[in-house]
Design a protein. Structure first.
Length: 575
């Protein structure tokens, strides 16, 4: 089975006899009329193997005996039982043009016929790829050539692992085996454990090893090891402590000694960190910011020192909170966020309505300046956030939402001239101006490939622009009504908050047609949206002063509802 497909055709491996039978020697009774082995009394034993074709079709997801699609040769070694004297060792090619082989769309089937004197034997079978690298081996199978019988003995081949791979199996599991995993939230999270053969095929079915995961350093996580019903899944429950880390070992075991073979890799390590995200909600109406820890059902912590009409929020990589206040500039708070601000940024700040960070930690502030007609700026601040290191004003007209791509380009939604402008570092040149399809843009967002999404309030659309953003956009209109907020998940799905119809709609690529999901339960005047590391969606409901949380696939009632706000209008989560 190819690693990318997670599936394999059923592969059969049979030891069968013709002319004389094949029984289970070493304990299987021999008919009374059978005579002792003699060279003139011989039978033919046939070894048949089916090599599956690599496939990713759903119909092929079965549990095979392990035969890799890369198998190119088979070696059969037969010894006497008892005694262990070598009788024959033969290697044959296994291709659709090899002698004794035939091919179908599903597999290539090959048969090796060996003539043996009547008697008892043990046979072991191994397979290899085209480069003669071992892929699988078989435990010794005993059989007896018996006059007048025809029997079949099934042989399971064990795949020889050359790598153990651990990968995330849920939205809430980020990272990799090499870099370490981050488990978001408080809930048990699955990881996938797989053994690969020398050609990168996943070893599955009865020929696959079993896995055990154990802690090697750190503590606090609960381990549920793979079971017979979920042989490749280990479940880890995090301790619920932000930053808690632990290192684990994964060990493969095979009942026939495969892991003792030279070249077998049957152990690996990986590390896991717990990320417990704090949720922040800006109360425009009472000049506070509220902070909530998972599961977001408690009273929350009030942040008010230095806050004056909060309207924009962002968090940096260290977990510090930045608040944009109409009356107090931008203030920075460190955990637990209850003290005086660490930093207050006033220079260049004028009624901030949006905050964003680039990859190196520079802060960008959208300053609406309270007017129209080429009013407002976007200012950039490098730590420790004194005066602005860059001020962008060309093409700006009442800037609102900001977005930054991986190259540091800044995209600005200009509400009153119905454009989105793009600025490249060092932000001093003429911007790229996007206007086709743009009508009073309330929000902008980017997906992983750099496509730009714009929420157009006045024409009730979301428009998508591919780099370099000069062509005709893809237009999303079904279900869109007075869009006010956007967010994009790792799969490229776009979420839109629609104030006009009290719905949040989700669209999957290529974003044409009806929304794949419509969220309406407890939604009331939705404005800002945020997705956490587990894929849960948070919605600010300006119509009833609540924030609601929805778990994938977002079709049911909210899993949490937080109330008691005063004109909430911005959200942020620690990263």
């Amino acid at each position: 089975m190819r690693f990318a497909t997670f599936s394999c055709r059923t592969a059969t491996f049979v030891v069968a006899s013709v002319l004389a039978g094949c029984g289970g020697g070493g304990g299987v009774a021999v008919p009374a009329h059978a005579v002792q082995p003699a060279d003139h009394q011989r039978g033919t034993v046939r070894f048949t193997i089916a090599i599956p074709k690599a496939t990713g079709t759903a119909s092929a997801r079965r549990s095979p005996r392990y035969v890799s699609p890369a198998t190119a040769s088979m070696t059969v070694h037969v010894v006497t039982d008892p005694g262990g004297t070598s009788v024959v060792s033969e290697t044959v090619a296994l291709t659709n043009t090899s002698n004794g082989c035939s091919s179908t769309l599903a597999s290539t089937s090959c048969t090796l016929a060996i003539s043996l004197p009547i008697g008892s034997y043990d046979a072991s079978i191994s397979t290899a790829d085209a480069g003669a690298t071992a892929l699988s081996q078989g435990q010794l199978v005993d059989f007896t050539i018996v006059e007048g019988q025809t029997n079949t003995v099934a042989l399971t081949l064990s795949g020889i692992p050359t790598a153990l791979i651990v990968s995330g199996a849920a939205l809430a599991v980020h990272g990799s085996q090499a870099a370490g995993f981050t488990l978001y939230g408080l809930t048990a999270r699955p990881l996938l454990v797989q053994a690969l053969d020398a050609d990168g095929n996943v070893i599955v079915g009865p020929g696959a090893p079993t896995f055990t995961v154990a802690s090697t350093s750190g503590s606090g996580y609960t381990i549920v090891n793979p079971t017979t019903t979920a042989p490749n899944t280990v479940t880890l429950t995090p301790p619920g402590t932000n930053g808690a880390s632990e290192t684990f070992s994964v060990t493969a075991a095979s009942g026939d000694g495969t892991c003792a073979l030279s070249g077998s890799v049957c152990s690996a390590t990986f590390s896991v960190k717990n990320d417990v995200q704090t949720l922040f909600v800006a109360n425009h109406g009472n000049s506070t910011v509220m902070a909530y820890a998972p599961p977001y059902t408690g009273a929350g912590t009030t942040i008010s020192n230095g806050v004056a009409v909060a309207d924009a929020l962002a968090t940096d990589a260290a977990g510090d909170l930045f608040v944009g206040s109409f009356g107090a500039g931008v203030t920075e708070y460190a955990s637990p966020y209850t003290g005086a601000p660490m930093v207050t940024i006033g220079s260049g700040v004028d009624e901030p309505v949006s905050l964003a960070f680039d990859a190196v930690g520079d802060l960008f502030v959208s300053n609406s300046a309270g007017g129209t007609g080429n009013a407002g700026t976007v200012t950039e601040y490098a730590a420790p956030y004194g005066g602005p290191s860059a001020t962008i004003s060309t093409g700006i007209d009442t800037p609102g939402s900001l977005a930054l791509d991986g190259a540091g380009d800044v995209f600005v939604a200009n509400l009153f001239n119905s454009t989105v402008t793009e600025y490249a570092p060092p932000y001093t040149g003429t911007p790229t101006t996007i206007s086709t399809g743009v009508d009073h843009p309330e929000a902008v967002a980017l997906n992983a490939t750099g496509d730009l999404f714009v929420a157009n309030a006045f024409n009730a659309t979301v428009t998508e622009y591919a780099p370099p953003y000069s062509g005709t956009p893809t237009t999303i209109s079904s279900g869109v009504s007075l869009p006010d907020g956007l967010t994009v998940n790792s799969a490229g799905d776009v979420f839109v908050s629609n104030e006009g119809n009290n719905k949040v709609t989700e669209y999957a690529p290529p974003y044409t047609g009806s929304p794949m999901t419509t969220i309406g339960a407890n939604v009331n005047g939705p404005t800002a949206l945020q997705l956490d590391g587990a894929g849960d969606l948070f919605v600010v409901n300006a119509g009833n002063n609540t924030v609601t949380e929805y778990a994938p696939p977002y079709t049911g009632s909210p899993i949490a509802t937080i109330s008691g706000f005063s004109s909430p209008d911005a959200l942020a989560l620690t990263r």
